[in-house]
Design a protein around this ligand. Structure first.
Ligand code: PGA
Length: 242
């Protein structure tokens, strides 16, 4: 499978700066051997989709609501993202689970809504620093996957250990191999052979200088990049490591 390099811009960038960054990434896309995805804040999805029209760089949302429509002030439905030009949506990011108390059940409903809207959901899972220290990574990851993936899931999983997000800490290649194998085995046990071809992204403090070692770990089929995705040279440097 062609690796997926995804950028999560989080709550950064105004329209002009976002279009500039997206355009620089699109200009570099032809020379890399991977799929590129950028996930800007909601108001930038449509203008970037217009600016990148015809480009291979895909656009995604960072969250969606599980319902189709209704009285849900401040929320955005999955189909609205698709209508604005998105092809992917991140669901269950650790920042959503932490700051908005999103549960596995909610994440599952959001992933399901994304699939129904024709979007590719990127379902995030990962253990906290405390769970990591207590040796509970396996049980945490398995429980999150069991609760967060809809039946017949057909999307992407991002394994993002909470202790690696925005901290500069990354797992050793051995640790990443172990956890990504846990994810793969759980996907196969839940989905059968379909679980073998679900892309599993690694996320947490990925940058151009560490991308090559992370991307060479078995069952790491791409990366989800936060901070380093806000620089075109860093982001394209990560893509060049494929
Ligand atoms: P980071 O964030 O690359 O800044 O650690 C990754 C993420 O939150 O998806």
């Amino acid at each position: 499978m062609r690796p997926l390099i995804a950028g999560n811009w989080k709550m950064h960038l105004a329209r002009e700066a976002g279009i500039k960054l997206a355009t620089e990434i699109a200009d570099g896309a032809a020379s890399v051997a991977c799929d590129l995805l950028i996930c800007p804040p909601f108001p930038l999805i449509y203008p970037i989709a217009m600016a990148l029209d015809g480009s291979d760089v895909a656009i995604g949302g960072q969250n969606c609501h599980e319902k189709r429509e209704g009285a849900y002030t401040g929320d955005v439905a999955a189909w609205m993202l698709a209508d604005a030009g998105a092809r992917y949506v991140i669901v269950g990011h650790s920042e959503r689970r932490t700051y908005h108390k999103e549960t596995n059940e909610e994440v599952r409903l959001k992933a399901d809504a994304a699939l129904r809207a024709g979007l590719v959901p990127i379902v995030c899972v990962g253990e906290s620093a405390e769970q990591h220290a207590a040796g509970q990574a396996r049980e945490t990851i398995e429980t999150m996957l069991a609760g967060s993936l809809p039946e017949r899931f057909n999307g992407v999983v991002a394994y993002e250990p909470y202790w690696a997000i925005g901290t500069g800490k990354i797992p050793t290649p051995g640790q990443a191999a172990t956890t990504h194998k846990i994810v793969r085995d759980k996907l196969v046990s839940m989905l059968g052979t379909a679980g073998q071809i679900i892309p599993i992204l690694y996320g947490g403090s990925v940058k151009a200088s560490n991308a090559k070692s992370l991307l060479s770990v078995p069952n790491v089929n791409g990366v989800l990049v936060g901070g380093a995705s806000l620089s075109s040279s860093e982001f394209l440097g990560i893509a060049a490591a494929v």
